[in-house]
Each structure stands twice: as structure tokens, then as C-alpha cells.
Design a protein around this ligand. Structure first.
Ligand code: KG4
Ligand code: ZN
Length: 349
């Protein structure tokens, strides 16, 4: 079984090919191509949807062609096409969806609609990654029940998976996503967009949480999050009558990370304990943060939980099409390739 994945929900144009191996149990990544219009958006300090969609139009065919270079005759070798149907920017999504539909129609292949959030979760189910120089083998696969935390620029969601067909949304952000909190406060600190990676680097030079920003909803007994108040807290700090020098900026970055990560950790482990999770999965751009990864690792150790932590390879944390193809395979496995709903809302009812 070989699947071509296509992902165009935001500012990345991505195509990837996965192969199902090991008696239909594992997924191997054969190619993973990503073109990003991020540098254009960095000039405007954020994504302009019209600009992102136009870039998708430019790159979609070259990116798919590049991903299919692993085949001599892709039409013969590809069994199905998977595409992100949402959530995302509608102009960007349309480019991927209509391209995938055209390939599926002309090649007579099944088309599998995939929810972008599921993609971020299923990045953890890709076990063999072919790099130009080496092959990464990931022999362990997540065991159920799974608690998955998706933390990206658009989402902060906690999901419980009892199996591939029983997936329940536990909660999510009421306002800004975790990555969005980094990007918006980054703007207040005059950092480049997206600010997450730079906040991580600046925070590494600091050891003390000087500002101790608020941690909204940390003790609520639900799985909701709220990060928009952090912006206001940082804004107040920047308005103080003190020069905003590099030392203060780094201190703010550190305190900001501590506040966001404390909340993510608390809620995720609360869910893992409540549902006796055997695996905790992280996904999304914010999961590429090394400090966050280390905090989760040490929490697993200190709570002495019998739970395995999974975090995708850095390249598979941010938007990519490999995760979309993997989600298409595992989510359709039980329904024997029956077409699933194209309405992303239905996944979470
Ligand atoms: O998953 P992603 O590529 O796109 C969405 O689906 O949103 O995530 C992008 C987000 C941005 O908000 C970015 O600031 C954040 O992920 N991000 C990070 C890091 N790398 C990317 N946040 C914290 N630390 C990082 N190293
Ligand atoms: Zn994403």
C-alpha cells in the first residue's frame, strides 16, 4: 500500500509518499517535500491568506512532482491520495484539495480526506524515515490509550484515542493557540515571525522565571486552555519605564515559555492520569521546542508513570504531508478504505 499525501492548509505546500510495511502495521516515509512561503510572511509580520494561497498555486505541482520522483511510474505504484481538508485557510486548502481531486479522478484512485489535527497526531506513527544519508528506525509504536497534545500556531488541543477509530476531543484553547501566543508576544518584543524558535533560543540564556506570568485555567478541572492573557501581561511589561534591552527580552521569553509549558504539562498529565494513558503524543510546531520536550520527559520520569512519550522528528512537527498520508492510512484501516467524511467537524463529535 502506497499513499501520496498533500498538505496545503496554511503557508506550507507539502507532498509526501508513504509505504505501509510490516504486515500493515507500520509506515515508512519514502519522500517528504515541503516548500514554505514563510519568508514572505516574515516581511509582513504574519500570514496574509491571499498571499499564502497564491504561493500555494505556484508550488503545488513542482512539490508533488518532486515527491513522486521516488517512482518510475507513479500512476501505477500509488494506491491512494490523501489530502488535508481542514481546518486551515480556505484559499490555501482549496489548492491542495482540488489538485488531489484531479489526480484521484484522472488516475482512478481513492481520495482520503484528512483532518489537519489528526495529521499532527499521526506524525508519531511514522516509523521509518529515509533521510538522504541514513534511515531512522523507530521500532516502538504508540500503544493505546493515547493522550495526544497538538500545539501549533493555530491549535492547542488535547485528544484521547482509545484506538484508531475511537478518538475523542477532550478540550482546547478558548482563545489564542500556544504558538499564536508566542507569535503575538514575539511581535511586541520585535522578534521575527514566527517567534517560537527565537523565543526558544533567547530563553536558553536565562535560568530564572523573573516575571512569573499568569497561568490561566491551570487548575480548572476541564481540558480547556487560554493563552490570550499572556499577551496583555507581556504588553504591560514592555510598557514599563525600563529600557527593553536584550536581557529583559530574554527574561520575558523565558517567563513566557515557563507559563505556557506549565499549563500544557499540567493538563496533559491530568488527562494521561485520568484515562490511564499508555502513550503521550506531542505534535505541531511548538512540539519541536527542545525545552518542552525535556520538560515532558522529566515529568514522565518524576511521576513514575508507565507511559511512553512520543515526539515526532523535528521536521514532522511543523506542517508536512507525511503526517497526512499516515493519518489517512491508520484512520481508514478499520473501514477498509471506505470514504470517510470530508467534514472535519464530524471527527470530533
Ligand atoms: O504546526 P505549525 O507549523 O503550523 C500550524 O499548524 O500552525 O506550527 C507553527 C507554530 C508557530 O506559531 C511557531 O511560532 C511555533 O509553531 N513554533 C515554535 C517552535 N517552532 C515553531 N514554538 C516554540 N518553539 C519552537 N522551537
Ligand atoms: Zn499544523
Amino acid at each position: 500500500m502506497i499513499i501520496l499525501g498533500i498538505e496545503t492548509s496554511c503557508d506550507e505546500t507539502a507532498a509526501a509518499v508513504i509505504k505501509v510495511i510490516d504486515g500493515n502495521k507500520k509506515v515508512e516515509l519514502l519522500s517528504n517535500v515541503i516548500a514554505s512561503s514563510l519568508s514572505l510572511h516574515a516581511q509582513t509580520g504574519g500570514i496574509i491568506p491571499e498571499v499564502a494561497a497564491r504561493e500555494q498555486v505556484k508550488f503545488i505541482i513542482p512539490v508533488i512532482e518532486e515527491a513522486m520522483k521516488v517512482f518510475r511510474n507513479p500512476q501505477e505504484e500509488i494506491d491512494a491520495i490523501a489530502v488535508t481538508v481542514g481546518p486551515g485557510l480556505i484559499g490555501s486548502l482549496l489548492v491542495g484539495v482540488e489538485t488531489a481531486r484531479t489526480f484521484a479522478y484522472v488516475w482512478h484512485k481513492p481520495l482520503i480526506p484528512v483532518n489537519h489535527l489528526f495529521g499532527h497526531i499521526y506524525a508519531n506513527f511514522i516509523s521509518e524515515i529515509h533521510n538522504s544519508k541514513f534511515i531512522i528506525h523507530n521500532s516502538a509504536m504508540p500503544e493505546f490509550p493515547v493522550v495526544a497534545l497538538v500545539v501549533s500556531g493555530g491549535h492547542t488541543d488535547l485528544v484521547l484515542m482509545k484506538n484508531h477509530r475511537d478518538i475523542k476531543w477532550l478540550g482546547g484553547t478558548r482563545d489564542d493557540a500556544a504558538g499564536e501566543a508566542f507569535d503575538k508576544t514575539g511581535r511586541l518584543l520585535s522578534l521575527a515571525y514566527p517567534a517560537g524558535p527565537q523565543i526558544e533560543q533567547l530563553a536558553k540564556t536565562v535560568e530564572k522565571d523573573i516575571y512569573h506570568f499568569p497561568r490561566p485555567l491551570i487548575d480548572s478541572d476541564d481540558y480547556d486552555f487560554s493563552f490570550s492573557g499572556l499577551k496583555t501581561a507581556v504588553l504591560r511589561e514592555t510598557q514599563k519605564d525600563e529600557p527593553l534591552n536584550s536581557e529583559r527580552i530574554s527574561n520575558i521569553c523565558f517567563s513566557l515559555q515557563e507559563a505556557v509549558f506549565d499549563i500544557l504539562l499540567k493538563k496533559t498529565f491530568q488527562a494521561a492520569n485520568q484515562f490511564n494513558a499508555k502513550s503521550i503524543l506531542l505534535g505541531g510546531g511548538v512540539a519541536s521546542n527542545q525545552t518542552l520536550r525535556k520538560k515532558f520527559e522529566s515529568e514522565v520520569r518524576s511521576q513514575k508513570l508507565e507511559v511512553n512519550l512520543f515526539v515526532p522528528d523535528k521536521k514532522l512537527c511543523t506542517d508536512n504531508a507525511a503526517m497526512i498520508a499516515a493519518a489517512a492510512f491508520f484512520n481508514n484501516e478499520a473501514t477498509a478504505w471506505k470514504k470517510v467524511s470530508a467534514n472535519p467537524e464530524l471527527y470530533f463529535d
